[in-house]
Design a protein around this ligand. Structure first.
Ligand SMILES: *[C@@H]1O[C@H](CO)[C@@H](O)[C@H](O)[C@H]1NC(C)=O
Ligand SMILES: *[C@@H]1O[C@H](CO)[C@@H](O)[C@H](O)[C@H]1NC(C)=O
Ligand SMILES: *[C@@H]1O[C@H](CO)[C@@H](O)[C@H](O)[C@H]1NC(C)=O
Length: 232
């Protein structure tokens, strides 16, 4: 349900952007806005990578060097084949901001990229829809470059792995208890098999009982039961 909602939102935003871009007034001049994108999670000095399946945050900085206020409406993104940037692999989630970018000021907005992809180079394009004071829409390039998708780091102390270890240990303990439980009746059964013990064993057992019980068994009862049992 949530996934569908997000997908619909993305489609709607994409359609909106397409509409706004095509409605762009060709006579209006591009606003004086500079945009930079940074990947705060990237290792400094290295080309940023996108971690497959994880939330990759992008810090987008807008700098308005003009004399009028602007509005950052939304940021949309696409991931495409490096050989052909027109070959879109995925439309990324569009984020709507509607935030004012004041004249001669800087605005920092977060953008998040989360998608699963095999480890390889892809093209990443992020575009911002900027609106000027005359309500003209401008499509401003936020990021347009080749980037690598990489697999998330596998660590032995990964919380998910720890959960897995606990789960597996639990299963083995459960199996162990089950086996023990199903073995237990076996031992009980073997004690119940006592009636089939050899006459010698029976006599030994009875002899033991005799020595234990003799003291309180009335004298005249002592011998007769033993004789009957011995012959059975
Ligand atoms: C991306 O969005 C555009 C326009 O909204 C659509 O035409 C295209 O099919 C979408 N591409 C993918 C891979 O979803
Ligand atoms: C992004 O870069 C690709 C390859 O360099 C280029 O073909 C494409 O036109 C660029 N897109 C934008 C919006 O600048
Ligand atoms: C992607 O990774 C490959 C292999 O590690 C490397 O050669 C290439 O320069 C990387 N590309 C980018 C854009 O970081």
């Amino acid at each position: 349900m949530f996934g569908l909602k997000t997908a619909l939102k993305t489609l709607l935003a994409g359609a909106l952007l397409l509409a706004t871009v095509s409605a762009q007034d060709s006579t209006s001049t591009l606003p004086n806005v500079g945009v930079t994108a940074e990947f705060p999670n990237a290792i400094a000095g290295l080309t940023p990578d996108l971690i497959s399946g994880e939330s990759n945050s992008v810090k987008v900085t807008f700098r308005n060097t003009g004399k009028t206020d602007l509005k950052v409406n939304l940021i949309v993104g696409t991931v495409q084949e490096i050989a052909d940037f027109g070959n879109v692999i995925r439309n990324l989630t569009a984020y709507r901001y509607g935030t004012t970018l004041k004249a001669d000021a800087t605005l920092i907005l977060p953008y998040t990229i989360k998608m699963e992809h095999a480890s390889r180079e892809v093209g990443l394009t992020l575009m911002a829809d900027v609106i000027d004071s005359s309500k003209n829409h401008f499509s401003v390039v936020v990021y347009n470059s080749t980037i690598n998708f990489t697999e998330p780091m596998q660590s032995w102390i990964d919380p998910q792995l720890i959960f897995l270890y606990v789960l597996i240990t639990g299963i083995f303990v459960a199996i162990g208890m089950f086996v023990k439980d199903s073995m237990a009746p076996e031992t009980k059964k073997s004690t119940k098999k006592a009636p089939s013990m050899t006459p010698e064993e029976r006599e030994a057992a009875l002899e033991k009982m005799k020595t234990l019980d003799e003291d309180w068994i009335p004298e005249h009862h002592k011998k007769s039961p033993r004789v009957v049992k011995r012959r059975s």
